[in-house]
Design a protein around this ligand. Structure first.
Ligand SMILES: CC(C)(COP(=O)(O)OP(=O)(O)OC[C@H]1O[C@@H](n2cnc3c(N)ncnc32)[C@H](O)[C@@H]1OP(=O)(O)O)[C@@H](O)C(=O)NCCC(=O)NCCS
Length: 157
């Protein structure tokens, strides 16, 4: 699982108890997962269809730095299933897990349409696809450090 997105818990993200508000966390996770699904399926028209049980394992406090991780666990015909985890960046303590988030690939009419994907695409493949879609336009370079970080993260989880 890759933990690419980091968030700094600020006063506006807190509940009256002084800890991270669950609604803020869910908004961040839904957005992160949607971006992941869009990247994997190569289509901006994806919608959240289903979220399984959400387990708030521990809380975060103001000033904590947290990181959001997503990975694909299943490629269906029109859907993709993801697993999400949020953890404290410093202590690595788990804050939230969502075992199953299903996103559906849609056509212009908003109907489910097959996406043709069967396995996870990594950054280099995604940029290659972007280059093809743009008709040979130079894509942003992925640094070796980014790729190494991705490989290391995948190996560690
Ligand atoms: C997404 C939507 C178009 C799907 O319509 P639908 O009639 O359920 O479509 P289908 O029955 O063809 O199912 C589409 C896919 O979702 C999966 N799916 C449907 N219901 C599911 C559920 N409860 N749990 C998990 N997967 C489900 C199906 O298995 C199918 O995947 P597959 O093709 O990979 O096997 C429709 O439900 C919708 O518009 N929902 C609202 C989405 C939304 O507004 N989300 C919030 C904002 S992003």
């Amino acid at each position: 699982m890759n933990f690419h997105t980091r968030k700094w818990v600020k006063p506006e993200d807190l509940n009256p108890n002084g800890s991270l508000f669950g609604g803020s966390l869910l908004r961040w996770i839904d957005e992160e997962a949607a971006i992941y699904a869009i990247s994997q399926l190569g289509n901006q028209r994806v919608v959240t269809k289903f979220m399984s049980e959400i387990n708030f394992v521990s809380s975060a406090r103001q000033g904590d730095i947290i990181e959001l991780g997503i990975t694909a666990t299943h490629f269906g015909r029109t859907s993709i299933t993801l697993r999400a985890e949020v953890r404290n960046k410093i202590t690595r303590k788990s804050i939230l897990t969502v075992e199953k988030m299903v996103f559906v690939n849609l056509n212009e009419q908003g109907e489910p349409v097959p996406h043709g994907r069967t396995k996870i695409r990594y950054a280099d493949e995604l940029f290659e696809a972007y280059r093809r879609d743009q008709g040979g336009v130079e894509a942003p370079k992925v640094s070796d450090d980014d790729l190494m970080e991705e490989v290391a993260e995948e190996a560690a989880h």
